[in-house]
Design a protein around this ligand. Structure first.
Ligand code: SAM
Length: 206
């Protein structure tokens, strides 16, 4: 079609609505685990931006579990325009390749697997520049692929890899791939935590 999926969705509001509701459906499953398994990831934060946060389902759930966090939803203007309102979630439209709002922490949930390594390094650098060096944190929720693992979710993770290749031009990544990307973007350390989901939680420090 000569355009990426995000430009296509911008010009097709019905498809965009369907896509955002689909992502929110996945989120309802994933966020429960994310919040229950990773309380310590969020507890110490004072502010958090959900980059590419879709219709706001994830950030709303995080705010409700951790009401001390100042929460911001950030996504493309047409997605923000049709996102849910919440009295305690600020909505900011924009393009993460140009800039992202500043906060103590950034959440990139199911974002980086949509993009090539070069594009990911650009997004990661923007996030690193928007968080404080001493106390800042980047929280990535994405697959950490172990291609040869006998784990019951390995095939699903591999199918997602094909899905990303076909639909977005992105890919799923192994622990080594994550290390390479995060180092290239200037992050000093990171840790990967498996959760009860297809995805893992990767915390990276500037
Ligand atoms: C796969 S969805 C993930 C949505 C949400 N994070 C979740 O986990 O349900 C990718 C999101 O990235 C957003 N996005 C794509 N390009 C973007 C850009 N340049 N700037 C900001 N957001 C973007 C899309 O609009 C979409 O909401």
């Amino acid at each position: 079609m000569g355009m990426n999926i995000w430009t296509y969705l911008e010009g097709n509001p019905d498809q965009s609505q369907l896509f955002n509701e689909g992502m929110a459906g996945e989120t309802r499953l994933l966020t429960k685990t994310l919040i229950e398994d990773c309380r310590d990831t969020f507890e110490g934060l004072d502010s958090l931006v959900d980059i590419g946060g879709g219709n706001g389902t994830t950030i709303k759930a995080i705010y409700e579990a951790f009401p001390h966090i100042k929460c911001t939803l950030y996504d493309l203007p047409h997605v923000i325009a049709s996102s849910h309102d919440h009295p305690n979630v600020k909505k900011v439209p924009g393009d993460m390749f140009k800039s992202v709002p500043s906060a103590q922490a950034m959440l990139l949930k199911l974002i980086l697997h949509d993009w090539t390594d070069e594009e990911c390094v650009n997004i990661l650098k923007k996030c690193r520049e928007a968080i404080p060096k001493e106390t800042g944190k980047l929280i990535i929720v994405d697959v950490a692929l172990e291609e040869k693992s006998q784990h019951e979710l390995t095939k699903t993770r591999l199918i997602l890899d094909i899905d990303m290749l076909v639909n977005t031009g992105g890919r799923e990544r192994t622990a080594d791939d994550w290390e390479t990307l995060l180092k290239r973007a200037g992050f000093r350390s990171h840790k990967i935590r498996p959760i009860r989901a297809i995805q893992s939680v990767i915390e990276a420090f500037p």
